[in-house]
Design a protein around this ligand. Structure first.
Ligand code: AMP
Length: 220
């Protein structure tokens, strides 16, 4: 089962792709995490993409093609993959289709998440992440147990550079211009299942809504 999570920054792609990964027993490829790791480690890829992540712009499609192709080759993905944050443009969706086809696979399901801008800004400004294991917290709705430390690995949590208010607004406008056309692109594909999930409410509501859809469609 190959699944794409789509939605604006802060709509919960990271949170719900990880939950779905546990339900289905298939790995997540989270391009934002991969790019941040490469910057952190100072790799040549990290050097190339740093300026895009810092400003909230999209990394060019040719660089992303290489990233995703390498990830597909290295991931133990016998039962499928969940993509979090890829594709983000129609051109990337076409790249994904081609890369999956070359490997004898195809995309089965798109899960579109949506939230209001006010909620997104509130959520992202309170988001904290673990730089080591990428766990995601929210200071208001899902704070860590121990003051600012990761529940899973004990590492000091950080605020992502691009979760500062000005960059959040820019990322939202980039989403509208470059990623929103993808919704239409995928909605119009016949052999593809497409779920739309409202993530404005509590995490539990959205989690249950996704689970219900997966059950109704015989996916879990
Ligand atoms: P995310 O963690 O998914 O919010 O991604 C953080 C940043 O990584 C984005 O603002 C982009 O700069 C970059 N990025 C992640 N995925 C992609 C992608 N598929 N295409 C281009 N840039 C990406």
């Amino acid at each position: 089962m190959y699944i794409v999570f789509l939605g604006p920054p802060g709509s919960g792609k990271g949170t719900y792709s990880n939950i779905t990964s546990k339900w289905l027993g298939i790995p997540v490829i989270a391009t934002g995490d991969m790019l941040r790791d490469s910057i952190e480690k100072g790799t040549p890829l990290g050097e190339k993409v740093r300026k895009f992540l810092e400003s909230g712009e999209l990394v060019p499609d040719d660089i992303m093609e290489k990233v995703i192709s390498d990830a597909l080759d290295s991931e133990a993905a016998d039962n499928g993959i969940i993509f979090d944050g890829f594709p983000r443009t129609v051109a990337q969706a076409e790249i994904l289709q081609r890369l999956l086809e070359n490997r004898g696979n195809k995309l089965d399901l798109v899960i579109e998440l949506y939230s209001d801008d006010d909620e997104i800004i509130r959520r992202l400004s309170n988001r904290r992440v673990c730089p080591k294991c990428n766990a995601i917290y929210n200071l208001i709705t899902s704070p860590p147990r121990d003051d600012n430390k990761c529940d899973i690995c004990g590492t000091q949590l950080i605020q992502r550079e691009d979760d500062k208010p000005e960059t959040i607004r820019h990322r939202l406008s980039v989403y509208r211009k470059q990623t929103a056309p993808l919704l239409e692109f995928y909605r119009n594909q016949k052999d593809l299942k497409y779920f739309i999930i409202d993530t404005n409410g509590t995490p539990e509501l959205a989690r249950n809504a996704i689970r219900k859809k997966l059950l109704e469609n015989g996916i879990i």
